[in-house]
Ligand binder design. Sequence first.
Ligand code: AMP
Ligand code: ZN
Length: 143
Amino acid sequence: MTTDPDCIFCKIIAGEAPAAVVARDEAAIAFMDVNPITPGHLLVVPCDHHVSFGTIPGAILSHMMLTAQWLAAALQASPIRTEGINLWLADGAAAGQEVWHAHLHVIPRWSGDGLRISALRGARPGGDELEQHAATIRAAAAD
Ligand code: AMP
Ligand code: ZN
């Protein structure tokens, strides 16, 4: 198992730091976010120390996503107010990542919960620009 002794999530996984654990298996752990955006806010975390989304092996990433789906259903079946769910993954400082062990947020939502995800979108680009970006990304994409 890959671990980093200075990583708070690795410490939780090793049982060396406290967490309110909801579920765990060999591949992933889910625990309550210590500073929740809404009550019931969970984190799904790979047991191996991966800094970035991009280095999580596909099988583990799929397992994290299935775990998030399962926990979203549990939240919806629970008395915790859950009219909707946002999944959130911050990959890199510019995206807001603060804990350098990749993780997926599962955030219960309800209308009027005060969480705003806003963006200053400019004018819609023309079709040519969208096609150009699609071609650029296709060309850069690994097989
Ligand atoms: P981010 O890296 O921005 O995606 O978010 C890191 C998240 O980890 C934040 O929502 C923190 O509240 C949460 N967090 C940080 N330390 C702990 C901890 N010891 N236990 C549970 N959640 C934590
Ligand atoms: Zn770690």
